[in-house]
Every structure is written in structure tokens, then in C-alpha cells.
Design a protein around this ligand. Sequence first.
Ligand code: EPZ
Length: 420
Amino acid sequence: MSKFIITEGTPLCGKVRISGAKNSVLPIIAASLLADGQSVIEEIPYLNDVKIMCDLLKSFGAEIDISCEQNILKVNPVNITNTIAPYELVNKMRASFLIAGPVLAKMGMARISLPGGCAIGSRPVDLHLKGFAALGAEISQEHGYIEIKTNGNLKGNKVYLDFPSVGATENIIMAAVMAKGQTVIENAAIEPEITDLVTYLTAMGADIKGAGTDTIRVTGVDRLKGASHTVIPDRIEAGTFMVAAAISGGDVIIENVVPDHLKPVSAKLREAGIEVSEELSSVRVTAGESLKAIDIKTHPYPGFPTDMQAQMTSLMSRAEGTSMVIETIFENRFMHISELKRMGANIKIEGRSAVIEGITSLTGAQVKATDLRAGAALILAALGAKGITEITGIEHIDRGYVRIDEKLKALGATISRVEE
Ligand code: EPZ
């Protein structure tokens, strides 16, 4: 196992280029199963989660060719035979469940290990299954596996999502693209990653209207062909580097972003006294004289993203005044706080709220990453702390950030990856 060692350093300065979006590429790789030919996907972020999704498709019989240098993935699903997603792969990554919709649509049957919870919450899939059932699939569960099957074709239907679940919206769209008739998904998620998936499916020949709104209409077609697609930039990686610039008192240009996708983060950073200026495909983040305490409440897009909550909690640990962070999406997404307190942060958790009394500077300590974004939050705290910080559990961080240590080093951070 390896760890990061971060020494207090100078303010971050320079340019960083953001990679393709993890939460976009995972459903897109799953959707590539639907085609009757090869797809070519560009701006692939070479992450552990991408490797797991590729391993899953290979276990189904798909041909996978990934070029890490050019960040290009070629998927040819024509020889798919298997439709069982084994425990050992699904257990590594919850997003594996996103192959349910495509496999059901293409093969008529999927047998998938029921994804367990994870550090941030129980993460049920009841809304995914509600959608599959509405399309006429029969669902049974035994021995920790969910079996989803249909005799004949899936039929279009209306589905109301009790919560605008990102994954459920994606899975139901993928199940519906070749169903007979029209499917209407109401209270659908409107995250940019949904729109990116729909762009790819449309290029494959799918008939989908309303992506980016809370009502999505899918009219089934007979077949989908392979297509080329370029994945959108990762708005959470971009937001993480925006906070890195802010917490280190730096001045960083973040390239290859969609500024519109960063609006909630830009707005809250400006409220905290950070200067954020936007160009067509980049943002520049310049720390101000002081860092003001602000309140954060996570919401589905276009609200403040839950995936940026931990990072902002780190920033607010150093702000002047008292901040309140409310996490409304996941029930256990404050795991970073106990580690931040080891670095001197003054934070009190009350249910889904965290009250943060900002202090002038954190102090380096030995801390542990419990999940992807908690790990990112600890790196950010270390960038703004006095002394040396050691972060273990960095395999969580590598799941969602492409070479984060090298990107930070290029901005002037003193960070090294060492074997434990
Ligand atoms: C996606 O997870 C992202 N992951 C998450 O990013 C992100 O935090 C989340 O959306 C919210 O934006 C990927 O896209 C791979 P949800 P997903 O279904 O689809 C409840 C990261 O750090 N729910 O929108 O699993 C659920 O318990 C990761 O990159 C149900 O109750 O999120 C949660 O409270 C973490 N029943 C809420 O909805 C369901 O069937 C949001 O979940 C599905 C979800």
C-alpha cells in the first residue's frame, strides 16, 4: 500500500488540465454494450474505476482496447455471451450496477451481485429496480444476487423517481433505448453526466429527448450502432483543484473545464472571498486577502454537489468565522471530519450538519482516507497546514483522480507518493 506525504508549501501557481469525468465515463462504458459494433471513446480518465468497468465488460466477452497515453478506449461488444456480473467485481465498485440496464436491454437477462453499501451510505438500488419493473422486467433476489429478466421485449412505460437518482436515471435510460414504445422518466436527475451519456446514446442511434431536464422521454429503436464520443471534463476534479488554489493562497488556471458545470462551486468560492474568473474552457482561481466563513448545503444538480462537500469542509476549516455544512444526499458523508480534527480543525457534527469554527492554520498529522472525496479533502487540508501530513488509504483517491500528486506537484505542491 502507498501513502502521500505532503509538506506545507508555497501557494499553488500555474496551470492544470482536467481529465475526463469519472461519473460520465462509467455509464458510457456500460452503455457501449448496447451497440452492435465498435465504439471509440476519447478523453478516458485512466482510473482504477475505469479499469474495473473494463474488466467487467471483458468478463462478458466484449473486446476492450485501452490506450492510456492517448486516453482512448475502444469497445466491441459483438461477442458478448455472459450476463452475470460477479460479486468480486461489483463489490469493488458500486457503479458496476450500471451494466444492469444495458445487459437487460441487449440480452434480456442480467444477474448482478447486489451492490453493498460503501463508506458514505447504504446506497440502495430500489429506484433502478422500480424502473426495470415498470418496463416489464421480472426481478428476483437470491444468494446476494439480483436477477432481472424479461420474456420478449421490454415495453416503454412512465416511471416516477422518488428521488432524482443519477444512477437510476442512467440505468433506466439504458434499459429503455430498445424497448417497445416510449418511456417517460419523471423527476429524473439533471446532472451534466446524464446529458453526456445521452449525447453518446443519441450518436449510437437512440431517440432520447429532455436530457438535462427532469422529464426524459426515450422512444425505443430496433438497434444501436457503435459510435465515437468524447467524455466531458470532470467537474469534481476541477472543483477540487479550485479549492486547492484557494486553500493554499494560490493563483491557478484550471484548463479543459465547462465553466457552466462549475457554477455552484464558483459561486460559493466567490462568497468566501476567492476570485474566480471564467474563459471559454478554463477558470482562474485567485485567493483573496482573507477567507470568509460561508454556509454550504448539498443538493442535486444544479445545487451544490455532494461530491464537493468534503473539499469545502477542509477549506472552511481555515476560514474566518463559523461555517455550517449540511449534507442532504448521503447519510454518512462526514468521515473526513474526524481526520481533519486530528489536524486541528474545530468541527462539531450534529446529524447531517457540521458546524465549523475556522482557525488560522491546520497542523500536519498522520491521517487516513476513508473514501474518494474524503481523501481529496485531506490532501487539500494538508496543502494549507503547517508541517508534514501523511495520508494513507490513497487507493481510494486513485479511484477518482488521475495522477493527482503529479498534477499538484506541477503547481508547486510538495507531495510525494511512497510505499508504506
Ligand atoms: C452518483 O452516484 C455518483 N457516482 C456519486 O459520485 C454522486 O455522489 C451521486 O451520483 C450524487 O450526485 C457515479 O456517478 C458513479 P444517486 P449514485 O443514485 O448514482 C439514494 C463520487 O464521489 N438512492 O444520485 O449512486 C442514495 O442512497 C461518487 O464520485 C436511493 O435511495 O447516486 C443517495 O442517498 C460518490 N435509491 C441518493 O439517492 C436508489 O435506487 C443519491 O444517490 C438510488 C439512490
